[in-house]
Design a protein around this ligand. Structure first.
Ligand code: AMP
Ligand code: ZN
Ligand code: FE
Ligand code: FE
Length: 294
């Protein structure tokens, strides 16, 4: 049964709780999901528990923002160990940057004469990893914008008057961080990122896969990126990038990664874990209590 490996919850800029995501995934007939909140794995234990109760597999994962030579690259980390100390330290730093960025964005809006209280945005976000979608929702709620697209188009997009740049780590550093946490590093939505020319460099930095299936990829784009992944000998992943309801419906399950690609991802994780000299008890597909290879 297929998988959706790109989902955001209310622990970052999604609107569903982890339990709602699990229930929607079950309803959509999925077998495997990954919760990929921005800069946090906080929601993963709740998602895993809710999924287990429904017979679904849930990978601990996250989406991190990185850059190389000015290009913004989103990297998905799969099978992360949420207890990894370097990962936790990096998340704490990214979350602090996100909270300060919200304050800076709202200060710019206020200077433009848009009367949005920062406390309202932070209350609405109600998480450690707030993002621009929360500012957009607060603007809509206050009747200051028609909808989220209007908020992004008038104020929040790069180059618009309330845009504030975001601190990002280098792609090589983020890939190392994901590997240190026992995870696999995947380039998210290359069709949106438009930095295909960086793919060989990312592969050189240790990239493990490319997100070929995505809501905003056409069938032709998916096939193209499958060929790119094959050319570089990296994994194929995919997901809906669901942030909640879209046109009244959850996106969960509208993009489905074929079983064989899920199996390859899992195998690569298990190989890597074995190579590191340990297996995570209770990790998906791993018999709990399995002894280390030596
Ligand atoms: P941030 O992490 O604060 O930079 O916000 C990035 C998030 O904003 C992305 O994950 C998208 O969910 C959302 N986003 C980006 N551009 C737009 C847009 N034009 N309209 C609506 N949402 C957007
Ligand atoms: Zn998001
Ligand atoms: Fe992204
Ligand atoms: Fe995303």
């Amino acid at each position: 049964m297929p998988a959706d490996l790109h989902l955001h919850s209310c622990f970052s800029d999604g609107t569903f709780t982890p339990e709602e995501i699990a229930a929607e995934a079950h309803r959509a007939g999925l077998q495997t999901i990954a919760l990929t909140d921005h800069d946090t794995t906080e929601g993963c234990p709740r998602a895993a528990a809710a999924c287990a109760a429904l017979g679904l597999e849930c990978m601990a994962a996250a989406e991190l923002t990185a850059e190389t030579d000015g290009a913004e690259i989103h990297l998905l980390g799969y099978y992360l160990d949420p207890e990894s100390a370097p990962l936790r330290a990096a998340f704490a730093r990214f979350q602090e940057v996100r909270q300060q960025r919200i304050r800076d964005i709202v200060a710019k809006l206020n200077a433009l004469g848009v009367p949005l209280p920062v406390d309202r945005v932070l209350a609405l976000a109600h998480c450690r990893a707030p993002g621009r979608p929360h500012v957009a929702r607060a603007l809509v709620e206050a009747g200051l914008c028609r909808n989220a697209d209007d908020a992004f188009d008038r104020f929040l997009k790069k180059g618009k008057p309330a845009w504030v740049p975001k601190f990002k780590m280098a792609t090589a550093e983020v890939i190392r961080l994901i590997h240190e946490a026992g995870g696999l590093a995947v380039m998210a939505h290359p069709g949106l990122t438009r930095a295909d020319e960086r793919i060989p460099q990312l592969v050189g930095e240790g990239l493990d896969g490319i997100e070929c299936y995505h809501t905003r990829h056409s069938a032709a784009a998916t096939e193209y990126y499958r060929q790119v992944a094959e050319h570089h000998g990296v994994l194929v992943t995919g997901g809906s990038d669901c942030h909640g309801l879209s046109k009244g419906k959850p996106l969960i399950g509208t993009v489905r990664l074929p079983d064989r690609d899920v199996a390859r991802l899992r195998e690569r994780f298990l190989q890597r874990a074995a190579g590191r000299g340990f297996l995570l008890a209770g990790a998906p597909g791993v018999t709990p209590g399995l002894a280390p290879p030596h």
